[in-house]
Design a protein around this ligand. Structure first.
Ligand code: HEC
Ligand code: HEC
Ligand code: HEC
Ligand code: HEC
Length: 184
C-alpha cells in the first residue's frame, strides 16, 4: 500500500521535470539563435539600432529649407498670418521633391474646391475639440453669406493662400477702414 503510493507520485513529477528541462534547454538554444548579435551592447536594446536610426531617410524639413529656392513665397509667407503653418502640410514632404539639392519630383498643388477642403481641415468651426483661441474658425456657408457673396466662392478668391489676410488688409486700407482686432 505505502509502496504503490510512493512510486506513482514520483513518476509523474519526474515526467514534468524532464519536460521543463527540455523546454528550458530549447528556450536557451532558441534565444541564442534569434537574439540579434548587438543585443545588450549598450543597454537592453539592439545596439545596431542606433546605426539604423542614423541612416533613416529624413522625409520632412522646415519651411526654411523650402525658402532657399522659393524666395518670392518666402517674402509673403514669413510675414503673414500663416507663418507658423508648415509648407509640407499643404504640399507634402521635402523628400518627394528634392534630393541632394536637386528637384527630383513634383509636389501636389491643390486646385479648385480641393483648396476649400484643405483650408477647412484647420479652420472649420465643426472641429469641436480645437480651442477657438488657437486657430480662428469659421462656419460655412455662413462665412460667405456674411460677406454677401455666392456660397460657391472659393477661399482663395479672397484669401491669398500663403498669406490669407494680405489682400484683405490692403482692401481695408484702401477704404480707409480698420480691421476688427489687431491683425498682424
Ligand atoms: C495653407 C496651405 C498652404 C501652405 C501652408 C503653403 N501653400 Fe503653397 N500653395 C497652396 C495652394 C492651395 C496653392 C495653389 C493655389 C494658389 O496659389 O492660390 C499653392 C501654390 C504654391 C506654389 C505654386 C505652384 C504652382 O505650380 O502654381 C508654390 C511653389 C508653393 N505653393 C510653395 C509653397 C511653399 C514653399 C510654402 C511654405 C513657405 C507653401 N507653399 C505653403 C497651399 C499652401
Ligand atoms: C533646391 C531648390 C528647391 C527647394 C529646396 C524646394 N523647391 Fe519647390 N520647386 C523648385 C523648382 C525648381 C520648382 C519648379 C519651378 C517652380 O515652380 O518654381 C519647384 C516647384 C514647387 C512646387 C510646384 C509644383 C511642382 O513640384 O512643380 C511646389 C508646390 C513646391 N515647389 C513646394 C516646395 C516645398 C513645400 C518645399 C519645401 C518642403 C520646396 N518646394 C523646396 C525648387 C525647390
Ligand atoms: C495646417 C492648418 C492650416 C491650414 C490648412 C490653413 N490654415 Fe489658415 N491659419 C492657420 C494658423 C495656425 C493660423 C494663425 C492663427 C490664427 O490666426 O488663426 C491661420 C490664420 C489664418 C487666417 C487669419 C485669421 C485671423 O484673423 O487672424 C486666415 C484668414 C486663414 N488662416 C485662412 C486660411 C485659408 C484661406 C486656408 C486655405 C488656403 C487656410 N487658412 C489653411 C492654420 C491653417
Ligand atoms: C468673399 C471673400 C471671402 C471668401 C470667399 C472667404 N473669406 Fe474668409 N474672410 C474674408 C474677410 C473679408 C475676412 C476678414 C474678417 C472679417 O472681415 O470678417 C475673413 C476672415 C476669415 C477668417 C478669420 C475669421 C476670424 O474669426 O477672424 C478665416 C479663418 C477665414 N476667413 C477662412 C476662410 C475660408 C476657409 C474660406 C473658404 C471656405 C474663406 N475664408 C472664404 C473674406 C472671405
Amino acid at each position: 500500500m505505502e509502496k504503490r503510493y510512493k512510486s506513482g507520485d514520483y513518476a509523474h513529477v519526474l515526467r514534468l521535470a524532464i519536460i521543463l528541462i527540455v523546454a528550458a534547454v530549447l528556450g536557451i538554444f532558441a534565444r541564442g539563435m534569434f537574439l540579434p548579435d548587438t543585443m545588450g551592447q549598450y543597454g537592453f536594446y539592439r545596439g545596431s539600432d542606433i546605426e539604423d536610426q542614423r541612416n533613416v531617410t529624413i522625409r520632412n524639413q522646415t519651411n526654411d529649407a523650402c525658402f532657399e529656392c522659393h524666395r518670392p513665397i518666402r517674402l509673403i509667407h514669413k510675414e503673414g498670418v500663416h507663418k507658423t503653418v508648415s509648407c509640407e502640410f499643404c504640399h507634402g514632404p521635402y523628400a518627394d521633391h528634392i534630393k541632394d539639392g536637386k528637384r527630383v519630383g513634383k509636389l501636389p498643388v491643390k486646385k479648385g474646391m480641393e483648396i476649400k477642403d484643405l483650408c477647412l481641415r484647420c479652420h472649420n468651426k465643426v472641429i469641436k475639440a480645437r480651442p477657438e483661441t488657437s486657430i480662428k474658425v469659421i462656419a460655412m456657408p455662413q462665412h460667405l453669406e456674411e460677406k454677401k457673396v455666392q456660397v460657391t466662392h472659393n477661399c482663395n478668391q479672397c484669401h491669398m493662400v500663403h498669406d490669407p489676410l494680405l489682400w484683405i488688409k490692403a482692401a481695408y486700407e484702401m477704404m480707409g477702414m480698420e480691421m476688427k482686432g489687431d491683425k498682424k
